[in-house]
Design a protein. Structure first.
Length: 216
């Protein structure tokens, strides 16, 4: 074994190295429908991931309840699924723009501390969450969005590849975790479960990744 191989095996990769300069951040949204342009964003949650001794794990979580943006649609069927009452007097909701700016401040700090160049969204059927995030950013003219505008990591793919399951509940259970249906369709719970699924999938392929980075 040469010196480069010894060095590579002795030092676990940093998260910036593991994901080519991107910091994976799990995002889940709860919405008033399926159309990112016309339907309201009601909740957004984020889970930051960190790499320690080569193992990826969830770290900080953030959750924001959001006041429906004026003029956007809310389908009653969506509210029946999520159990959200957007107009409840005790719902501590924020304006959409304020929630995004606060979330982005947290994510930009994590990006800097991880020595990454930007964040990349991780989601279950990630195009849905990314579309709602981008639409909210655009209509509020929010600056300094740390997320890549079109690339993402999709845990439906990760679950299918690593565990043979593409439905979030079944994929999470395949990792050995218990799924709580009473907590599902909360942005925070779904984001946390998605984070565990993504980490379990990435960690399952750790030895393959590390062997491929050893310099001959």
């Amino acid at each position: 074994m040469n010196e480069a191989q010894c060095s590579a095996e002795a030092k676990p990769p940093q998260i910036a190295e593991r994901f080519r300069g991107f910091l994976p951040v799990v995002i889940d949204v709860e919405t008033g429908g399926f159309n990112a342009q016309s339907d309201a964003l009601l909740e957004i949650a984020a889970v930051v991931l960190r790499l320690s001794d080569g193992e990826l794990a969830p770290a900080q979580s953030h959750r924001y309840l959001i006041k429906p943006y004026a003029g956007l649609n809310i389908e009653p069927a969506s509210l029946r699924i999520t159990g959200i009452d957007p107009w409840h007097p005790l719902r501590a909701a924020m304006d959409e723009a304020d929630a995004l700016r606060e979330l982005f401040r947290h994510v930009r700090r994590e990006v800097r501390e991880a020595d990454c160049k930007r964040a990349i969204l991780v989601g279950h059927n990630a195009s849905f969450d990314l579309a709602f995030l981008n639409a909210a950013v655009e209509r509020n003219d929010v600056k300094r969005n740390p997320f890549h505008p079109f690339s993402s990591f999709d845990t439906a793919t990760v679950g299918g590849m690593a565990f043979g399951q593409t439905v979030l509940r079944h994929a999470v259970e395949a990792t050995g975790l218990t799924w709580d249906p009473d907590r599902a369709h909360s942005a925070l719970y779904d984001a946390q479960m998605t984070a565990h699924l993504f980490c379990a999938g990435v960690n399952r392929f750790r030895s393959i990744y590390e062997s491929s980075t050893v310099t001959e």
